[in-house]
Design a binder for this molecule. Sequence first.
Ligand code: FES
Length: 213
Amino acid sequence: MAEPTQKEPGAGGYLGHGLAHEPGPHGVPASAGAPSAGPAPEERRGALKALVAIGGLACAGAIAVPAASFIAAPAAGSAGAAGGRERWVRVGRLADLPPGEPRRLKVIGEERDAFTVAKDQMLGAIWVIREGEKIRAMSATCPHLGCGIELNDDKKSFNCPCHASRFGLSGAPETGPSPRPMDPLATRVVDGWLEVDFRRYRDGVAELQEIAG
Ligand code: FES
């Protein structure tokens, strides 16, 4: 479909029209003189073909530019998500966090992909511990193979029921196959609300490798 801002030459349209009014060497339209004074029919056909070819290239360029933008936009977005784009999500009121006691909180927020945004989605869960003025937040997803991490009855350690990984309250691994500590998340307090910069990391590897989404 033609761009609304572009002129659309008709069959034999303005290209031919322009040629017909091309001024001659003395300001007289080339078509105004005797037939023998204008270019030969073969030359006219050649010129028309050349202009049609140029017009075709221009149209192809006009289509190609928005297509490139369409492809480039999600690529730039996903690069940001995989490479450290922040996603602050409000998870609860600071006043509801008792000091020293781990609390499991749901993370509900926007889920995005390259083309859609879905609001109020369950993104995951976190463990939060208020330690004086500091707040520690960690993903509740086990770094081994992604099961949910639970708080032990003594409330002094965490465990993963799938393969018995155990973690201290700091998130440090104590026993089991988890290749790294519980995944830490940045926090901030805004107007009395706790927010976390929610991220997901690859399972089963020793280093933090963020994954998009
Ligand atoms: S998934 Fe947690 S120990 Fe295996």
